[in-house]
Design a protein around this ligand. Structure first.
Ligand code: IPE
Ligand code: IPE
Ligand code: MG
Length: 252
């Protein structure tokens, strides 16, 4: 069913409930400073820390961050290796802090491609924080929107094969429940840093009615003030979900 006007689409303070961000521009940030691209990734982790803290404080329910796409394996092996190491090190150094701040960590994406050690760390981090009730921090790693939709259909097909479902049971709600974001409210606000204006295979299904915001700031330069600008822009928009503007005003 399409999102309905009766759905609560913002938190009580008018903030988006779910913010999804493509953290782009790390490589260019480093190159501009004549540094290797990986230095940009290291700097980018600092921005992640700031933005997570800010979202937790603003009582955002879900923050989804695109950390590594299913296409990023195409990068030079050395860069991929560094990104994997950085992912592992960041989990090791940050998970206790996330836990102390009541943040629930989730990793979405095809985790089977990661080393056993990284998969074990991810499982441990998710288990450690799974009962937390503050911000849900949803990290997309080896994630692709097409992968997510394909996986959902594979799971549905298996259930049909097993006789648990019939083709006539397939509807949008059923597909939703088989996505990696099944229990999360869909993104209200999508932000991409780094100047590119594309989705790059992020949450394709989930962003059908998301508000888009692009900034030229490279990810290591992105900060609380820029996020606050994006949220202000979101607050000024009228979300219609197919209705007319007049209908929306009447219902609000
Ligand atoms: C985003 O920054 C981080 C990842 C994709 C892992 P980039 O590395 O894509 O930075 P640019 O776009 O090359 O500047
Ligand atoms: C998207 O950024 C993926 C992440 C930020 C993890 P890319 O830099 O990989 O996207 P393209 O290749 O420019 O579309
Ligand atoms: Mg990029």
């Amino acid at each position: 069913m399409p999102a309905d006007l009766n759905n609560q689409i913002t938190t009580d303070n008018g903030n988006p409930r779910h913010i999804a961000i493509i953290m782009d521009g790390n490589g260019r940030w480093a190159q501009k400073r004549l540094m290797p691209r990986v230095m940009g990734h290291r700097e980018g982790v600092k921005t992640v820390r700031k933005i997570v803290e800010y979202c937790a404080k603003q009582q955002i329910e879900v923050l989804s961050l695109f950390a590594f796409s299913s296409e990023n394996w195409r990068r030079p092996q050395a860069e991929v290796n560094t990104l994997m190491e950085l992912f592992m090190m960041t989990l090791q150094s940050e998970v206790d802090k996330l836990d102390e701040n009541d943040i629930r960590l989730r990793i979405i994406g095809d985790k089977t491609a990661f080393s056993d050690k990284l998969q074990a760390k991810i499982a441990q981090a998710e288990a450690q924080t799974c009962n937390n009730r503050g911000l849900t921090l949803n990290i997309a790693a080896n994630y692709g929107g097409r992968w997510d939709i394909t996986e959902a259909f594979r799971q549905i097909a298996v259930k049909i094969e097993q006789g648990l479902l019939q083709a006539s049971d397939i509807n949008e709600d059923l597909v939703n429940r088989h996505l990696s974001t099944a229990d999360l409210h869909e993104p209200d606000l999508f932000i991409r840093s780094g100047g590119e204006q594309r989705v790059s295979n992020f949450l394709l299904w989930q962003m059908a009615y998301t508000e888009f915001y692009f900034t030229d700031a490279l990810w290591p330069e992105f900060d609380e003030a820029l996020l606050s600008e994006a949220i202000d822009s979101f607050r000024r928009r009228q979300r219609r979900f197919g209705h007319t503007g007049e209908q929306v005003i009447k219902q609000s």
